[in-house]
Design a binder for this molecule. Sequence first.
Ligand code: PGA
Length: 238
Amino acid sequence: MKIIVTDNYEQASLEAFKVMKGVVVKKPNAVLGLATGSTPLGLYKNMIEDHKENGTSYKDVVSFNLDEYVGLPRDHKESYYTFMHTNLFSGLDILEENVHLPYGNTKEDCDAYEKAMEDYSVDVQLLGIGGNGHIGFNEPGTPFTETTHIVELQERTRVDNARFFDNDINQVPTHAITMGIATIMKAKKVLLIATGENKADAVYAMIKGEPTVDCPASALQNHPDVVVVLDKAAASKL
Ligand code: PGA
């Protein structure tokens, strides 16, 4: 793992942007694995600014998102479909037909997403990390062999995400559809960003702990090309 420690969120976003831009400039038809949450917002702002100012084009880029809530319509304001269109896709020249997000709650829906990915090889998979060590919505205990599947969200994840749902945990969906760890591990490169003190324990377990299902992100120790971008707070326990 290559670990980059920065002073703050803005610098972490900039370092992550350099990695992402590097992939897209080298390969204009790159396949990007994308993520939602608060963490990638700074990176996405940089990508949009760079597209507008420097003309970096995404017209041949294909994207696959990590996960989506079960039970929210795609046009719900907190669906990851809406998040991605609002915070990234609307600011780039990426084509709607090249954008993929998982959707649904059946085994068939999961298999269909894996099948859609079969024709592609993800060049860079962007990840955040949950306070409990999850990547995508692969909660602790998820076997590393899982592909796209339906998960029941853990209490901590739902509490963490309640801020998007009027701070009311009852409004936070109980289930999600997510790429599995085996799906994520197929990416040629992984770019994980973590900032803030509440990620420090998970970051420590990911990097210094034994690879174990108790910290899903620790599976990345077995991946040949991982860049971890941290701020000082997230790196504070290393
Ligand atoms: P966050 O979520 O970026 O909103 O902190 C990260 C995650 O849960 O993977």
